[in-house]
Design a protein around this ligand. Structure first.
Ligand code: FES
Length: 154
């Protein structure tokens, strides 16, 4: 049965009329038009759908939307500031060309922001450990690590 749920996404409140068990990812993409988070595995195993929940990166594909109502959600779109400036992690990924096909990019950027929220000055090992849930089949991991290091120094 559909229920009216209030979500706080990218600093704004949104009311959605959905089944409370609907995965948050579907609501973000289909109801709010936020296509940054991607559907990859749908099993919380690839990281493509990651968003920030109260500043921590986690998959959104298995999170029931009713649970997400209690949290501040930030998507890739919400990392850009009010003047249109990219987040330092987004800029560093561009500077280091840390993408190939781009499908995993949402999750890698979100996970990197979440990592730097917890550890502003990570070692290479910290970055590897922090991004272990993000699968990239193109193999750009070395560039991703450089990008996160660069963002941590800004
Ligand atoms: Fe959510 Fe893969 S689509 S982790």
């Amino acid at each position: 049965m559909k229920t009216l749920i209030t979500l706080r996404v990218n600093g704004k409140e949104h009311e959605v009329n959905v089944d409370p068990q609907t995965p948050l990812l579907y609501v973000l993409r289909n109801n709010l038009g936020l296509n940054g988070p991607k559907f990859g595995c749908g099993l919380s195993q690839c990281g493509a759908c990651m968003v920030l929940f109260d500043g921590k990166a986690n998959p959104s594909c298995l999170m029931a939307v009713e649970r997400a109502a209690e949290m501040e959600i930030t998507t890739l779109e919400g990392l850009v500031d009010e003047n249109g400036n990219l987040h330092k992690v987004q800029q560093a990924f561009i500077d280091e060309q840390a993408a190939q096909c781009g499908y995993c990019l949402n999750g890698l950027v979100i996970a990197s922001v979440g990592l730097l929220n917890e550890n502003p000055n990570p070692s290479n090992e910290d970055i590897q450990a922090g991004l272990y849930r993000n699968i990239c089949r193109c193999g750009v991991h070395a560039r991703v690590i450089r990008a996160v290091k660069k963002a941590s120094s800004v």
